[in-house]
Ligand binder design. Structure first.
Ligand code: BTN
Length: 284
């Protein structure tokens, strides 16, 4: 890994020399030095198929939380079976493996809480308290475009232990050339702030916030987060189109309930709660 990294660093320096493009690689020591907990094990990979899949291998599962971060993914996966474009050295692709002693049915609303943690980490890192909003169920939006997404996978075991694999992507310094690979409107932190971002402090802040929010969620459930969701709810009082299975439902975003379901007010004035699907704002 070290010699590979030296090679890559040389390539990166050459790139900077000729194109005046900065590129700071991920650095395990830097990330660890900024973490609030000191026993999180980190696997930092130059390249992997998918950081979520890294934890599908039983050899990589442990009884304590662990994280896999990659400079690039060759088979990055998004929600609903979509591919996730993951070019080298530009963004954050990270999965947190989190073993729990809880029944998976008690985790309603988890994806919303993770979205809030990511939003907080990004806002803190940029010192812009209102930079990001959350879009049900778990996208992070800035300037009406997608900045970050989450893919949460759960595995239950018979003797009470379940495993969460929380995969997070943040568009940090993504280059314009990626445009042709991505079908939905996206934005990067670099575009939002007009400056290049070192991903190391952002990775550490992301892990700090996600671990903190998870700890609170495991102890107290979703109820304590509803107010925060409401303050960042991108869909609230807006015309929303929800694609759930084969159906498309149109209504006005009316917040979430205590189970984390999306509430839509339909054209006839009735309110309905939805548990899954993909949301979009309707064009005016
Ligand atoms: C989405 O569709 O919005 C979710 C995108 C999640 C992508 C991340 S990148 C790290 C982890 N590994 C994957 O293969 N997917 C998630």
């Amino acid at each position: 890994m070290d010699s590979d990294y030296n090679e890559i660093n040389r390539a990166v320096n050459m790139k900077q020399l000729y194109q005046e493009e900065p590129c700071i690689l991920l650095d395990e020591k830097k990330i660890k030095s900024l973490l609030h907990c000191n026993n999180l094990s980190i696997a930092l990979l130059e390249k992997t198929e998918s950081t979520n899949d890294y934890f599908k291998d039983p050899a990589h599962k442990s009884k304590k939380p662990a994280v896999c971060i990659a400079e690039m993914q060759t088979q990055g996966r998004g929600r609903l079976g979509r591919p996730w474009h993951s070019p080298f050295g530009q963004n954050i692709y990270l999965s947190l493996h989190y073993p729990i002693q809880k029944d998976i049915s008690k985790l309603l609303g988890l994806s919303l809480v993770i979205a809030l943690a990511i939003s907080k980490a990004i806002d803190n890192s940029c010192a812009l308290p209102e930079l990001t909003l959350v879009k049900w169920p778990n996208d992070i939006i800035a300037q009406d475009k997608k900045l970050s997404g989450t893919l949460i996978e759960m595995e239950a075991e018979s003797h009470g232990v379940s495993h969460l694999i929380i995969g997070i992507a943040i568009n940090v310094n993504m280059e314009e050339a990626s445009k042709r690979h991505i079908t939905q409107p996206w934005v990067s932190l670099r575009q939002l702030t007009s400056s290049y971002h070192d991903r190391n402090p952002l990775c550490a802040e992301l892990l700090n916030q996600v671990l903190l929010y998870l700890e609170k969620f495991m102890a107290e459930g979703l109820a304590i987060f509803i107010k925060e969701w409401h303050s960042k709810d991108y869909l609230f009082h807006r015309q929303v189109s929800l694609k759930s299975n084969a159906a498309i439902i149109k209504g006005v975003g009316s917040g979430i309930n205590q189970h984390g379901q999306l509430i839509l007010t339909l054209p006839d004035g009735s309110e309905h709660a939805f548990s899954s699907g993909d949301t979009m704002l309707m064009k005016k």
